[in-house]
Design a protein around this ligand. Sequence first.
Ligand SMILES: *Cc1c(COP(=O)(O)O)cnc(C)c1O
Length: 451
Amino acid sequence: MSTTSKWQVSDAAHHLHPFTDHGALAAKGTRVITRAEGIYLYDSDGNKILDGMSGLWCVNLGYGRQELIEAAHKQMQELPYYNSFFQCTTPPAIELAELLSDIAPSHINHVFFTSSGSEANDTVIRLARYYWACQGKPEKKTIISRWNGYHGSTIGGASLGGMKPMHGQGDLPIPGICHINQPYWFGEGYTEDSTAFGVRVAQELEQKILELGEDKVAAFIAEPIQGAGGVIIPPDSYWPEINRICKKYDILVVSDEVICGFGRTGQWFGSDYYGVKADLMPIAKGLSSGYMPIGGVLVSDRVSQALKQSGEDFNHGYTYSGHPTAAAVAVATLKVMHSEDLVTRVRDELTPYYAQAFGSLADHPLVGEVRTTGLLGAIELMQDKASHSFFAEKGAAGNCCRDFSIANGLVMRGVGSTMITCPPLVITKSEIDLLVERARKTLDDTAAQLL
Ligand SMILES: *Cc1c(COP(=O)(O)O)cnc(C)c1O
């Protein structure tokens, strides 16, 4: 038996994977990724694959970065772990909190650390409700979110998210969370003017607040651009209207920056890109370029002041909040981003290049729309683009395209029949050309199969 086969058998026997049909996976066998360098993955059969998804939206600096590896090594020798409970802290946690406050908008100067985006969003629920309780408004506790948003997979995160297949397994959402429609113009508003659509969908927030009563609504949470939902880029009219509504009814704005944060849009944060003033910003993924599990919530002065003046404990936290080794790797990540001026490079060089190169796929007969912002990209596969007809089985079409993509040496992910990309921020222009060349070949192969 080959090494790959042995691994596959053992994996199928003992390993339960996230978001996986285990029967189907056992029949097919897992792909074993054994090493990676730059923007390329290598599997146990020796295939070299361009990682068009940055791992899972996180390996922004690419693989094999010595600065990050050395930061972890050094910190593990010095102090691998200590907690930040009981009036203690560690130098990497201090340094990271300060670096984050420097890059955050001026009204945000604090961070609460977690180990993941899901934990960050559970922290958001705790913080938003506690904030209003501190203002003498304990009833102001409902959180409004969006269908097809993604905010993680803990009970809290999955409830905030609007993924119906997740809600269906486990009696979610928990009480006190409700959902409005997403600003998905291509999929749900195509016959309408996109500007008018953006405003109309944003106004569902106002209707929901009026329905619930503004004294019952704590916060609105959204990703600046939806990632897992299919790289859904809202019309430009959407966020200004959301801003207006949240201000009018005094609702906390939570910008889930787990994907959009750390340069993905060509700004430090997605909320900077859209000019949104957020009260809370959950972060994770790119914070450590995925090298260590670390996340957090960036907390505005308004909310941090309430915590500081409450006169009691905020009864929340994790064993690994501010984990020194994870924090040291995050510090190293931010230092590399600063020294390479990466956010500016994404904004000025890569964003226009990606928009043009990846956007050129729009002429393909299988493609109804290509959209990009920064280094996020999506391709809408269509049965018939002239009549705006989607495939009857969207998931099957997306999976077919994804399988061809990997066979062509490119990781793209399918969300329904939307193919999505999120390449490392260190990708070069010639590597973008290669990504697009492989994507076009993939579309040809998929069209030959499906059309
Ligand atoms: C991935 C993701 C999360 C969850 O992060 P985990 O680290 O997987 O818990 C939350 N919000 C958004 C927007 C994400 O993309």
